[in-house]
Design a binder for this molecule. Structure first.
Ligand SMILES: Nc1ncnc2c1ncn2[C@@H]1O[C@H](COP(=O)(O)OP(=O)(O)OP(=O)(O)O)[C@@H](O)[C@H]1O
Ligand SMILES: [Mg+2]
Length: 270
């Protein structure tokens, strides 16, 4: 068999932001991602580590189609999606799902849990009414939510339950990839492990690929098949968790690991 096609292929991408601090004639430019090439294979979990501002979220946003690269190309399952049309956007939505840091802002506060799970199914015209209801029940089971949480508003749930709803919503269209950008750092410490275990179980059960971004190097080690160390928008080093943590080749990785205790806790206001 020929080499498997990556689910996501970032081909030499750069993302350059224009910040508000410059003038029209002399804009200040920030290179958030600098000539980065990355392939995510089916079923693989990539962990991205690096200090604040190194471009992790920007890379994740390009991977889920929220951000266009300034340079370079983006491929989904071999298809060039760099220039995004409405049609391609919809397609991307079915391949890649995102779980954000804060479930409180990711969910609509005025919509019942049931309706938030129904919404993507309707937008993508999935199944009949009955099939959609069955799918919502199934999603509830998958993420371990009690049926009492079905018709309430997100505000009536605990933080951990809200993140379960966000994960259920992310799974609703059977994506190939979940991009999780610090999915546990806004949660109470006591439920972080539960959400991590849920994500690990789901990826095994559903054969999902995952991109996992975290400040917590121990978490990355636990969840990832491959670790990518980023600095200033570039990949400094990558390898299995074993290789990167036990035998770091790059000077920056060594510095990062030496600072690990301070990376265990997300910074205030993050
Ligand atoms: N919309 C934007 N406009 C201007 N600059 C931006 C924008 N988004 C990000 N940046 C800048 O791009 C760089 C990378 O930001 P990014 O959010 O990707 O970092 P990060 O690695 O996710 O950081 P953190 O760990 O704090 O979440 C930073 O210098 C940031 O200030
Ligand atoms: Mg970020």
């Amino acid at each position: 068999m020929a080499e498997t096609t990556p689910i996501i292929f970032l081909d030499d991408i750069s993302v350059i932001f224009r910040t508000r601090t410059g003038s029209i004639f002399h804009p200040n430019l920030v290179t958030a991602v600098n000539h980065l090439t990355l392939k995510l294979m089916p079923g693989e979990t990539i962990g991205i580590v690096g200090e604040s501002g190194c471009g992790k979220s920007t890379t994740a946003n390009v991977m889920c189609g929220l951000q266009s690269p300034t340079e370079g190309k983006v491929f989904f399952k071999g298809e060039d999606v760099t220039k995004r049309t409405a049609d391609l956007r919809k397609k991307i939505g079915r391949v890649v799902s995102v779980v954000f840091q804060n479930p409180a802002t990711a969910l609509n506060p005025r919509m019942s849990v049931h309706d938030q799970l129904l919404d993507p199914l309707i937008v993508h015209s999935v199944g009949s009414d009955d099939e959609r209801e069955a799918r919502i029940q199934e999603l509830f089971g998958l993420v371990g939510l009690p049926s009492s949480a079905m018709y309430v508003l997100p505000g009536q749930l605990s933080g951990g339950q809200r993140q379960r709803v966000a994960i259920a919503r992310a799974l609703s269209l059977n994506p190939d990839v979940i991009i999780a950008d610090e999915p546990t750092s806004a949660l109470d410490v006591s439920v972080r492990a539960q959400i991590l275990n849920l994500l690990t179980d789901l990826k095994a059960e559903l054969g999902l690929a995952m991109v996992f971004i975290s400040h917590d190097i121990q978490t990355e080690r636990y969840i990832s098949d491959r670790i990518i160390v980023m600095n200033h928008g570039q990949i400094m080093e990558q390898g299995t968790a074993e290789q990167v943590f036990n035998d770091p080749q790059d000077e920056y990785t060594r510095t990062l690991l030496a600072a690990a205790p301070s990376l265990l806790h997300p910074k205030l206001g993050d």
